[in-house]
Design a protein around this ligand. Structure first.
Ligand code: AMP
Ligand code: GLY
Length: 428
């Protein structure tokens, strides 16, 4: 089935409906090789650059039928859950190229224990861990690591299954709750340093590392308060210097690629490295994800100057090593506008205005990536989720990219909404 599609012939279906999928649709719509972009279920933003369809990303059969109906050359899967549930397997069985790993590959994200075991067997740097499956083992397990303790449920929990605490009582409670809910829970060694994300587009023939980024997971200024899906991001992240990237490649990407390329069904998609970089520049893996990050994608895809359609199709067909790729010499920042109450709850159904503003001044630009949004019957833009949209700035310097994002977000009105005012503070 592998064939090099000529220019301007690709029909691509993007699965998902967040800011990440809007960024993917925008990147694909700009690709010379792509003639049609579809998105399911999509959001208000994707409907401006692609044709939205009303099939949920969790409906595997529905997505396969849609891809066949559209005569898609390529399906790009945004979120992890459909990959874990076998969407890529089903698409490939139907003869459709899929960017995103098969369900076995997706276990790297679905099971943190599985990921730890693979890393340990390959000597990939990561913190130690203990499996705790009985209440009586809790005190002993806590004695084995120093505070702060990291407790993780071994389930897909969209970042919400993790407790990091220096309070032994809270740690005990989290361990007990995990045992009660799932039968066992992981206690992990705490890694300290600065976090960074590296998105690696990988297949059995090779891999391409996209510019490193940093997201802001906590809701509050200075990285405080509860975890969220991500309140903003920027790229390239200076913490991942050339020498750090060299170590990431040698110690993490190379062994993972060697492992994944030799599986019965090779891994084809994005391997997201969630890293902690310590004071000496040594990287450790906090987690793997099997898809593009959100909001990291919003600051990474705009930096790719090559044809994204060709790049993702090459990966889906196992020939990424043949692809040439280039990046713009720019920096990107994105600031998320969240609805009232997020992340504990989110108020939806409110009118959004001002988001059509675009900034273009020489090499500096800013535009909106839409997430939890729909277009109402009267054409009015309405909020429909926790993370509503993000303002993304591009500029030759990070300072100017961040300034452009804030200039744009200040033009947008949504009652009760909030955003962080310190995105990229560690780098500036
Ligand atoms: P995860 O869902 O595994 O990415 O965890 C969510 C967040 O918890 C991460 O982004 C980190 O900020 C924090 N975290 C998770 N594991 C560790 C660890 N072993 N050491 C330090 N922080 C961690
Ligand atoms: N931004 C974190 C994630 O996509 O998992």
């Amino acid at each position: 089935m592998a064939s090099r599609i000529g220019m301007s012939t690709l029909t691509v279906l993007v699965v998902g409906g967040g800011g990440r999928e809007h960024a993917l649709c925008l990147g694909l719509a700009k690709s010379p090789s792509v003639t049609a972009v579809h998105c399911s279920p999509g959001n208000a933003g994707t409907s401006m650059v692609a044709s939205n369809h009303n099939v949920s990303s969790s409906d595997i059969e529905g997505i396969v039928s849609l891809a066949l109906e559209l005569d898609s050359n390529l399906v790009v899967v945004g979120p992890e859950a459909p990959l874990v549930n076998g969407l890529a397997d089903s698409l490939r069985d139907a003869g459709i190229s899929c960017f995103g790993p098969h369900s076995e590959g997706a276990r790297l994200e679905a099971s943190k224990l599985h990921a730890k075991e693979i890393m340990k067997s390959l000597g990939v740097p990561t913190g130690g861990h203990i499996v705790v499956d009985e209440k009586s083992l809790i005190p002993n397990a806590l004695d084995k690591f120093e505070a702060p303790w990291v407790i993780k449920r071994d389930v897909l929990a969209a970042g919400k299954g993790v407790t990091v605490t220096s309070d032994r009582k809270v740690a005990e409670e989290a361990l007990l709750e995990g045992i009660e809910l799932d039968g066992f829970v992981l206690l992990e060694e705490h890694l300290s340093g600065e976090e960074a994300s590296v998105l690696v587009v990988m297949d059995e023939s090779g891999y391409i590392c996209l510019p490193a980024s940093q997201d802001h997971k906590r809701v509050g200024e200075g990285d405080t308060g509860p975890n969220t899906g991500g309140m903003g991001a920027y790229a390239p992240a200076p913490i991942v210097s050339e020498s750090v990237m060299h170590r990431v490649t040698r110690e993490i990407i190379e062994p993972m690629h060697h492992h994944l390329r030799n599986q019965e069904t090779p891994y084809r998609g994005c391997l997201y490295l969630g890293l902690m970089i310590d004071e000496e520049g040594a990287p450790g893996v906090i987690e793997f994800n099997v898809r593009f990050g959100d909001p990291e994608t919003q600051v990474t895809i705009p930096l790719i100057s090559s044809d994204m359609g060709q790049l993702l199709l090459a990966c889906a067909e196992g020939r990424i090593s043949e692809e040439e790729y280039e990046f713009h010499d720019l920096c990107a920042a994105t600031v998320v506008l969240a609805s009232e109450g997020y992340p504990a709850s989110s108020s939806t159904g409110r009118k959004i205005s001002g988001s059509e503003v675009k900034i273009e001044e020489g090499m500096t630009s800013a535009f909106v990536h839409y997430a939890g949004t729909i277009i109402g019957e009267d054409g009015q833009l309405i909020s429909s989720g926790g993370r509503v949209l993000s303002a993304t700035g591009l500029a030759p310097s990070l300072n100017d990219a961040v300034a452009a994002s804030y200039e744009l977000i200040e033009c947008i009105q949504l009652e009760g909404s909030h955003y962080r005012s310190d995105i990229a503070y560690r780098a500036l």
